[in-house]
Ligand binder design. Structure first.
Ligand SMILES: [Zn+2]
Length: 631
C-alpha cells in the first residue's frame, strides 16, 4: 500500500513536467526481444530487436477454420417444427404449422353444456339449489372443456335461396351430381338475400337470456324465432371445414355445389397426419364433411340412392384414399344396422385392400385399436379403418348420466329376442351379459381419440384431427337428458385426454384445440334443476311426467314440454386454446368474405367461418395473416 501511494505521488509530481524531463526519467535499461508487431512473438515491452522474430502465418491460417463449425443451411428458428440445431444459415424452410384438434359436440348448445356441468358440480357436492347458484353467464365450470382459456358464442346459420335453406344456387339440386352441371339459377349470391343470419333482438344471446322467461315489454323478441330456418350438421360441419356458408345437407360443397378446399385438404397438402373419429357412423354428416364432397348428406353409398352416378356418394370419397390416416366410427354392416351406413360390399373391398388395417367389433376392441395405433407410422403405413357399433343401435354403447351403460344397446330390447349379426354370436343372454359384451367389443370415444393421437403424434409435419360426438345430438332428438348428460360427459372425457396430451406434447404453442358445437337444440332448464337433479336420477327427470318436477323442458314453453322441437339457430359455445387462437379473439363482431362478397358480422359473436380461418391459419403455421377463402 505504502509503495503504491508513493508511486502515485511521484507520477503526480512528474506529470506537468513530463514533456521536458521525459528522457531523463524514463528507464533506459535495454530490453531485448522481438519488436516486429507483425511477428507471432512480438513483444510490446522489448526495446531492442534481438532477431528472434518469426511468423506462424503458414500454419495458423487453416486452424481457425477447422475449429469453427462449417456453415450449414436449415431452419434456424427454435419455434419451428423442423428447427435444426446444427443449422447456421436459415434456408427459409421453417415449418410453423400446428397440430389442430377440432372436437364437435353435435347439437351441444350452451344449455346442454350447462346441464352436464351443473350435474357434475352437484355430484361433487355443490349444495346450490338454483341455476343462479351455479352460473347464468360466462363459460361456467364443471367440465374439462370449460377450463380452456378462450370462449365465445358462435353463429351457425345457413344460406337460403328462394325461401328454402335446402336450395343451392344450382337449378337442378335434385340431380345429385355436385360438379357435372353448370346449370345455375339466374342469380348471384347476395349476403342480404341468401343468408339466414342471426338477429339478437329476436332470438336473444343465450338460452339464459332473460327475455325467454319474461318478456319485459319487448315488442320484437320471439321465443320461436330460433326455430325458424335452423341449421343442420352437414351444412355447419362444411362451414367449419371449408370456411364458406352453404345449404342444409351439403357435405363439403358450397352454395354452387362445387367442392371446396377443406382443412383436411390443407393438412393433406402439407403432408400432415389426418384422423377422424365419431361415435356415430363414419358416413354420417359430420365425419363425412371431413373427407367427402357431395350435395346431399343422404348419399351415404351407392346403394343408398336410386339415381346415382358412380363415385358420387360419401363412401366413395372415403374409399378414394385422400390422405386420411385413421378413421374410426360406427356403421359396421355386420351388426344389425346392416348395409344402411356402410354397404357390406365396401367392407369386402376394405378387407381385401392392403392399404387398410381394418378393425371391427371384436373382444378386447380397445386394446386392439390401441396397439394398432401405437405401431402406426403415419408417413408410411396403410390407413387404419375402425368400424364399430353397438348391437342395439347405430352408435357406440352410450352411458347415462350416472356413467353406466344400462340404457344402451340390445340390453334394452331383450324382449325382442337375440339380435341378428353376421359375424358375432348372440345367443340368449342376460341384460348384463349384453352390456358387458358391447363394452368389450367397442372402443369408447375417448379410446378413439387416444388412438388418433397415438397414430399421428410422431408425424414430423403435424396432424389435423376431427373428433365428433353425434350421441349428444341423438340424445337431444330423443328428448332424453339422461343420455344427454352421459353423452356430454363421454365427450368431455375425450377433451380431457386431449388437454393432457397437449400438456405433454409441445403445449399450446405447438397445438390448437377447438371444442364447439355444430348447432344448438332447444333445451330449457328450469331454475330448480340443480335441486331436482340432486334428489332424482337424471333418468327419472328424463322420463318426464309432472312438468313442475322435471327441471327442464324441450322447446320454449312448459305447456308443451316435449314440443317436438329440434335444432335451433341460436349461437353455440366454442371453447379454445393455443395455436392461432388470437384470430378467434380478434374476430368478435367482425364480418368475413364469402363468394366474393363481404358478409357483416353479428355484434358480440364470431361465426363458424372465423373458427375455420383460425384453424386454417394454424395448419399453415401463420397466425399473423388471416387466410383468404376464395369464392
Ligand atoms: Zn340433429
Amino acid at each position: 500500500m505504502g509503495r503504491s501511494i508513493a508511486l502515485i505521488l511521484v507520477l503526480m509530481m512528474l506529470g506537468p513536467m513530463a514533456g521536458c524531463i521525459n528522457e531523463e526519467v524514463t528507464p533506459t535499461i535495454p530490453k531485448p526481444g522481438c519488436t516486429d508487431s507483425t511477428a507471432s512473438n512480438f513483444d510490446p515491452n522489448a526495446t531492442e530487436n534481438d532477431g528472434t522474430c518469426f511468423s506462424e502465418n503458414a500454419s495458423t491460417t487453416v486452424e481457425p477454420e477447422e475449429l469453427e463449425p462449417s456453415a450449414s443451411e436449415g431452419c434456424t428458428d427454435i419455434n419451428a417444427r423442423n428447427f435444426d440445431v446444427n443449422a447456421t444459415e436459415d434456408d427459409g424452410s421453417c415449418n410453423f404449422s400446428k397440430n389442430v384438434i377440432l372436437m364437435i359436440g353435435d347439437g351441444m348448445g350452451w344449455e346442454m353444456v350447462r346441464m352436464a356441468a351443473i350435474y357434475n358440480q352437484v355430484m361433487e357436492g355443490n349444495q346450490g339449489n338454483l341455476l343462479s347458484d351455479f352460473y347464468t353467464e360466462g363459460k361456467g365450470s364443471g367440465l374439462a372443456m370449460q377450463e380452456l382459456s378462450g370462449f365465445q358464442s358462435v353463429t351457425t346459420y345457413s344460406t337460403i335461396v328462394d325461401g328454402s335453406t335446402r336450395n343451392s344456387l344450382r337449378e337442378d339440386t335434385g340431380s345429385n351430381v355436385p360438379t357435372a352441371s353448370e346449370d345455375y339459377r339466374d342469380i348471384e349470391f347476395d349476403p342480404r338475400n341468401n343468408l339466414v343470419r342471426y338477429n339478437i333482438e329476436l332470438g336473444g344471446t343465450t338460452p339464459w337470456d332473460s327475455r325467454y322467461f319474461s318478456n319485459n315489454g319487448s315488442t320484437s323478441f320471439d321465443p320461436m324465432y330460433i326455430t325458424e330456418d335452423d341449421p343442420d350438421s352437414a351444412q355447419t360441419a362444411t362451414t367449419l371445414m371449408t370456411g364458406v356458408k352453404t345449404f342444409k345437407g351439403a357435405v363439403g360443397v358450397g352454395l354452387y355445389e362445387r367442392p371446396r378446399s377443406s382443412l383436411t385438404n390443407v393438412a393433406s397438402d402439407n403432408g400432415m397426419c389426418l384422423g377422424v373419429a365419431s361415435n356415430v357412423p363414419i358416413t354420417h354428416a359430420t365425419p363425412a364433411s371431413t373427407y367427402a364432397k357431395v350435395n346431399s348428406r343422404d348419399r351415404l353409398h351407392w346403394d343408398s340412392i336410386s339415381s346415382s352416378r358412380a363415385g358420387d356418394d360419401i363412401l366413395s370419397w372415403f374409399n378414394q384414399a385422400n390422405g386420411l390416416d385413421i378413421m374410426l366410427g360406427t356403421g359396421n354392416p355386420n351388426t344389425h344396422v346392416g348395409d344402411h351406413y356402410v354397404h357390406s360390399s365396401y367392407l369386402d373391398s376394405f378387407e381385401s385392400n392392403e392399404n387398410h388395417t381394418l378393425l371391427l367389433n371384436s373382444p378386447g376392441a380397445s386394446d386392439l385399436l390401441k396397439s394398432a395405433a401405437q405401431s402406426h407410422d403415419s408417413e408410411t403405413d396403410a390407413r387404419i379403418l375402425g368400424l364399430y357399433g353397438s348391437i342395439g343401435q347405430a352408435n357406440l354403447p352410450y352411458s347415462g348420466a350416472n356413467g353406466s351403460f344400462e340404457q344402451s344397446g340390445w340390453g334394452l330390447n331383450l324382449k325382442n329376442g337375440p339380435p341378428s349379426d353376421r359375424s358375432r354370436d348372440y345367443g340368449p343372454m342376460t341384460k348384463e351379459e349384453y352390456i358387458a359384451k358391447e363394452i368389450d367389443e367397442n372402443p369408447s370415444l375417448a379410446d378413439m381419440t387416444d388412438a388418433i393421437l397415438d397414430a399421428c403424434d410422431e408425424d414430423n409435419q403435424g396432424f389435423f384431427a376431427t373428433i365428433e360426438s353425434g350421441d349428444i345430438d341423438w340424445a337431444g332428438h330423443s328428448n332424453n337428458i339422461d343420455a344427454l348428460i352421459g353423452a356430454v360427459n363421454d365427450f368431455d372425457k375425450a377433451v380431457e385426454n386431449v388437454i393432457k396430451w397437449i400438456g405433454e406434447n409441445g403445449g399450446w404453442e405447438r397445438n390448437m384445440l377447438v371444442v364447439t358445437a355444430d348447432h344448438d337444440h332447444y333445451l330449457t332448464l328450469t331454475d330448480d334443476f340443480p335441486n331436482l337433479i340432486r334428489s332424482n336420477s337424471a333418468l327419472d327427470l328424463a322420463m318426464g311426467g309432472d312438468i313442475e318436477h322435471m327441471g327442464h323442458y324441450w322447446g320454449p314453453s312448459k305447456s308443451d314440454p316435449y314440443g317436438s322441437q329440434s335444432h335451433t339457430n341460436r349461437p353455440v359455445p366454442v371453447f379454445y386454446q393455443g395455436g392461432c387462437s388470437q384470430i378467434i379473439n380478434q374476430s368478435v363482431g367482425e364480418g368475413f368474405d364469402n363468394y366474393g362478397q363481404y358478409v357483416g358480422g353479428v355484434s358480440g359473436f364470431v361465426d363458424q367461418v372465423h373458427l375455420h380461418l383460425a384453424m386454417r391459419a394454424a395448419l399453415i403455421g401463420d397466425c399473423l395473416h388471416i387466410p383468404v377463402v376464395y369464392g
